[in-house]
Design a protein around this ligand. Structure first.
Ligand code: ATP
Ligand code: MG
Length: 587
């Protein structure tokens, strides 16, 4: 695992950029007081930043985090960790309508669970963009005064119509050249609740003919009489993302502002705002820089917050932490470990090309994380009775099995062998198909950790279902004894004693969708929901498996399983995380 991680490290283009920046010395003299603020504030305290770089993870608190966010979290927090830097957790809460505190708390919990920290050097780098509303407003006034921004009275449609297209330049607003004093007065009135929604906007004055449409006098502020989850009704004007984001980054001394590729065309605007603020003296070099990577697309899931909300709100799944969802809480409940998610993010690496990552890559990361550490146990999912005809009725013997065969120091578990056992229905065939080496009449198999048995017959009910299988055991062949290797058999099967096996509920999950890209080209993802994505069965479990401390197991030959959070002593509920192999063929 470590070798894989090490091999990947050289391939990541962000690491190359950061190493160059650190080595060039251009980040050395940055000031950071521990408090976000403009140049003047940082100069006042005049402390060189002890962090080599600053990155940030900036979620909008309008939904639960998903596996795509995990990629961004691993990149931003991971880079900071690797280079002795700091990563800020910043809530990008500049849009009052869809944000709330429930989401804020869930995001904090999710990032913590993934194992990342935002405090370093006694500083708690947890920030809210809404705390910067005053700065954003003040700096906007400065841009107006310097004739870099103006108040436009065109309505939303006019602005849209006059923006032009990729082939046609835009048309300048009739208000574009109004005196900056006039814009300043209107901007102050806008802030003072004197205008209704949509009547005025503040726009940057850049270039209506720019080939990059983002540079055609983008809107910086709009009027929205809404209550904000933190600032209440203090503001009725709210900054647009493209204005707010560079300001947030610069206030926090971010060196590398890493985002997804869809923001690539916004980079010139990001730089334009920061250059103007530098010119005015609000910030100074080195300014933050934006770098883009391709977002994670994972097969068989949807990762847009809006689509996830539909699945939850319309009852297609059982809440935000449904084990079939790719939300961080869904993955946690399913049994994914923080390490497996981090390993997955490391393996898919960071690049600028879009690709669809197969879900099996995530599953393999989980197996690789748990294989070495998971406690083993036996479970029988489709029980069929096996009677050992020549074994004494009231007799029993203890069998030993390693807790984890990779590490014998962990010791052994034990369970007993009896006359009446449970085996899995799949482990018996009346007439064996080709290459079937498990139980069938006349065949010898090893009962794992127990004896070799020869199948002597079976019984059917009136409907033709096999209800009992009979066998004889070979007394000298018990695992762990001298005779164990005397006879070679091709098949080994798992079993439980009928007197000991514990009945539990197991949820068997499959993909939530039955096509790899359920939301391809605007198709309605709801149409591709897999009706068999959750199957609940009663199953049998090795005795003594349930103990207070261990919640995740490998059930031998079956896969990885976890105790569900709704499990109780009376009704034990276990989720299957993943099978042992993609297409596991048991011989
Ligand atoms: P959604 O489309 O699900 O609503 P979003 O991009 O609007 O996602 P934000 O809260 O704004 O969600 O995202 C926070 C950070 O996570 C951003 O930097 C964003 O680029 C990143 N991010 C979101 N989705 C993905 C993804 N699929 N892969 C990688 N990074 C992502
Ligand atoms: Mg967003």
């Amino acid at each position: 695992m470590t070798t894989i991680e090490n091999n990947m490290s050289s391939q990541n283009f962000l690491r190359r950029i950061i190493e160059e920046d650190i080595n060039s010395g251009k980040l050395d003299k940055r000031l950071w007081s521990g408090i976000p603020g403009p140049n003047s504030l940082q100069k006042n305290i005049n402390k060189i930043d002890s962090s080599s770089i600053r990155t940030r993870f900036p979620p909008e608190p309008n939904g639960y985090l998903h596996i795509g966010h995990a990629k961004s979290i691993c990149i931003n927090f991971g880079l900071a960790e690797q280079y002795n830097g700091s990563c800020h957790l910043r809530f990008d809460d500049t849009n009052p309508d869809k944000e709330n505190n429930e989401y804020v708390e869930s995001i904090i919990e999710a990032v913590k669970w993934l194992g990342f920290k935002w405090s370093s050097d006694n500083q708690n780098n947890l920030y809210f963009a809404s705390d910067y509303f005053n700065y954003m407003y003040e700096f906007a006034e400065e841009l107006i005064k310097n004739n870099y921004a103006y108040i436009d009275e065109q309505n939303e449609n006019e602005i849209k119509d006059n923006r032009g297209t990729l082939t046609n330049p835009g048309i300048e607003s009739p208000w574009r050249n109004r005196p900056s004093d006039e814009s300043l007065i209107l901007f102050r009135k806008m802030r003072n609740q004197e205008y209704p929604n949509g009547s005025l906007v503040l726009r940057a004055k850049i270039d209506m003919k720019s080939p990059n449409i983002n540079m055609r006098d983008p809107v910086m502020y709009r009027i929205r009489h809404s209550s904000h989850h933190r600032t209440g009704s203090q503001w009725c004007i709210y900054p647009m993302y493209s204005w707010a984001h560079p300001v947030e980054d610069a206030l926090e001394g971010i060196t590398h502002s890493i985002c997804t590729l869809e923001f690539e065309d916004q980079r010139p605007l990001y730089d334009w705002f920061l250059e103007k603020l530098k010119e005015i003296g609000i910030f100074e070099d080195p300014l933050p820089h934006q770098y883009e990577f391709s977002r994670l697309n994972l097969s068989y899931v949807v990762t847009s917050k809006r689509k996830l909300l539909t699945l939850v709100k319309e009852g297609y799944v059982d809440g935000w932490d449904d084990p079939r969802l790719p939300t961080i809480f869904g993955l946690r409940r399913r049994g994914y470990t923080p390490r497996s998610i981090r390993l997955f993010c490391e393996r898919i690496s960071v690049s600028k090309s879009d690709s669809l990552i197969d879900y099996s890559v995530l599953e393999q990361a989980l197996r690789d994380d748990l294989d070495m550490i998971a406690t083993r146990a036996i479970a029988i999912l489709n029980p069929l009775k096996l009677i050992i005809a020549n074994y004494p009725d009231d007799h029993s013997e203890i069998c030993y099995a390693p807790i984890n065969h990779h590490d014998k120091n962990l010791g052994y578990r034990n369970f007993s062998f009896h006359k009446e056992l449970w085996i899995d229905k799949d482990d018996f065939q009346e007439e064996p198909q080709k290459n079937y080496f498990r139980l069938f009449p006349g065949n010898l198999v090893r009962l794992k950790y127990g004896y070799i048995v020869r199948c002597t017959g079976y019984k059917k009910d009136n409907d033709g279902n096999i209800i009992e299988v009979y066998a004889e055991y070979l007394p000298d062949t018990k695992s762990g004894t001298d005779g164990a290797n005397k006879i070679k058999v091709k098949g080994t099967i798992t079993w439980l004693s009928s007197t000991e096996a514990k009945e539990v509920t197991i949820n068997l999950y499959e993909h939530l969708f039955n096509r790899p890209v359920p939301d391809n080209e605007g198709s309605n993802f709801i149409n591709y929901i897999n009706p068999n994505s959750k199957k609940t069965i009663r199953a049998l479990l090795e005795p003594n498996t349930i103990n207070r401390d261990i919640k995740t197991w490998q059930f031998e030959r079956l896969g990885y399983f976890i105790m569900d959070k709704d499990s109780t002593n009376e009704n034990i509920i276990i989720n299957r995380i993943v099978t042992l192999k993609d297409s596991y063929i048991r011989n």
